[in-house]
Ligand binder design. Structure first.
Ligand code: ADP
Length: 469
């Protein structure tokens, strides 16, 4: 059986407090790899390796750091097919989207290689004449990254690449559900010549908590559930450690009566159902202007039927399984609380859930408020744009939103009033450009942004310098 390993100081190592099996969610009798459960001892070794590497890495010139990131992009590109297959088999992402994720990893690394040679700081006029005053933006040191399974390569990289570009070193604690993908990612980093600069400790919550509490880890960047995010924020605040958390969403699409209903239905169906609704930005509520509700629902049913459900390894598949049995059971339990407006047949073996539209619930219902992370769309109606916006904002989350309309005034009203970090018009709620800021309003994030140039804000601290010659 394949064994995922920790990556510490450029060496792949086993060890830890036991192990678990990472299963193929489409065929759960097939084990993808055995994942070691790293504990405090592995975190200690990784933090030591990252601390030792920091002294040299922070002094490495920007162009040389950029070369390492370009080399990492090349190493990923060279194994693109194998990496996409690992994503498809370990987390059930349809192979077309898995290939897209690998392509995005290459783009992220190349983008941040460029950022490694851009200015970090500025000259600021001083009160006293003749004094040179400037700001330096220095790396923090060792940063801890705690990541989920749904983008098992892209999320670790959209955190690690900006962190490394500005001179930090990294300890990554990937999800225990995607340890094999993390193992392969570590191999590509080593192939690119990164050693103690990028370390991986495999494991579950215990390893994550040890990373948060390690005194040499200066900052934590986390993506995952809101309950874990809240615990990490609290722990970091008590330790006066810098942190950022990207958490859940209850992302909304609003469809107005003047929209192209067929186009809107395709956008909503794709946003809700592709990858079985397991993107942080997946559409999980649709609010339809009442006067076109019947017509829109017909279009939506047709659009959902066009999304093939099946094996993630089939090129045509749009909807694969959900990640594990617990997730499947949770989603099926929640579905029982609403009225099923449409449902598509899914395979009976594997952790599949039928793509389903549910209605008959009000805005305060569990199905309209809590993230399910499955191919489930909650259907709501509103009589006006005002009423739709009120419903849309009636959630503790605020990650992504979409409006379908042909009316520019409606679009601008929505952009002004929607409480979400990622705001789209006539586009679905999913998909992010690595060179644009990404993050949520309200309970979806701690308020900082990832990706784009702004990612460097989290991974640097300012030093303001005055020199009186
Ligand atoms: P998901 O539901 O997407 O798996 P989680 O919040 O459970 O989201 O997990 C996201 C990441 O956080 C994973 O890498 C997981 O192992 C880690 N994790 C879980 N619990 C803790 C914890 N108490 N402290 C630190 N990390 C944790």
């Amino acid at each position: 059986m394949r064994e995922a390993l920790h990556s510490i100081g450029g060496s792949l190592l086993s060890g830890g407090a036991g192990c678990l099996d990472s299963l193929n969610p489409a065929e759960p009798t097939s084990i993808v790899a055995r994942i070691p459960l790293g504990a405090a001892a592995e975190v200690e070794k990784a933090a030591e390796a990252a601390s030792a590497a920091f002294g040299t890495w922070r002094k490495t010139a920007g162009p040389a750091r950029a070369e390492r990131l370009y080399a990492w992009a090349d190493a990923i590109q060279a194994r693109a097919a194998e990496l996409a297959e690992a994503i498809a088999t370990e987390v059930g992402k349809p192979i077309g989207e898995a290939k897209g994720e690998v392509g995005r990893c290459v783009a992220i690394l190349r983008y941040y290689a460029g950022e490694a040679v851009r200015p970090l700081g500025e000259v600021i006029p001083g009160l006293a004449s003749g004094v040179l005053q400037y700001s330096l933006r220095e790396p923090l040191g060792v940063v801890g990254l705690i990541t989920p399974w749904n983008f098992p390569l892209a999320i670790p990289l959209w955190k690690a690449a900006p962190a490394l570009a500005v001179g930090n070193t990294v300890v990554l604690k990937p999800s225990e559900n995607s340890g094999w993908c993390a193992h392969l990612l570590a191999e590509t980093a080593i192939a690119a010549g990164l050693k103690g600069e990028f370390n991986v400790v495999q494991g579950a919550g215990e390893a994550g908590a040890a990373l948060v509490n390690h005194p040499d880890v200066k900052a934590i960047s986390f993506t995952g559930s809101d309950t874990t995010g809240a615990a990490i924020s609290k722990a970091c605040a008590a330790l006066n450690k810098k942190y950022q958390t990207e958490m859940g969403g209850k992302n909304v699409a609003i469809v107005l009566a003047d929209a192209d209903l067929a186009q809107a239905a395709n956008l909503v169906a794709g946003g809700a159902m592709r990858f079985a609704g397991q993107k942080c930005t997946a559409t999980s509520r649709v609010i339809v202007e009442s006067s076109v509700s019947g017509r829109f629902l017909d279009e939506l049913r047709k659009a959902i039927e066009l999304l093939p459900v099946g094996s993630p390894m089939e090129a045509a598949t749009a909807v694969g399984p959900v990640i594990n049995e617990a997730s499947q059971a949770k989603i099926l339990g929640a579905l029982g609380q609403g009225t099923v407006l449409h449902s598509v047949t899914a395979p009976s073996s594997g952790f599949f859930v039928s793509p389903t539209v549910v209605g008959g619930v009000d805005a305060s219902h569990d199905l309209a408020q809590n993230e399910l992370f499955g191919p489930v769309l909650t259907y709501l109606e509103a009589d006006t744009l005002d009423a739709a916006l009120e419903l849309a904002n009636n959630t503790r989350f605020g990650l992504s939103a979409s409006l379908c309309t042909r009316d520019i005034r409606s679009a601008l009203t929505y952009v002004d009033r929607i409480q979400a970090g990622m705001v789209r018009v006539n586009a679905d709620t999913t998909g992010v450009d690595p060179h644009a800021p990404f993050g949520g309003y309200k309970g979806s994030s701690s308020g900082t942004r990832e990706q784009g140039e702004v990612a460097k804000d989290f991974y640097t601290q300012y030093k303001t310098v005055q020199i009186n010659p």
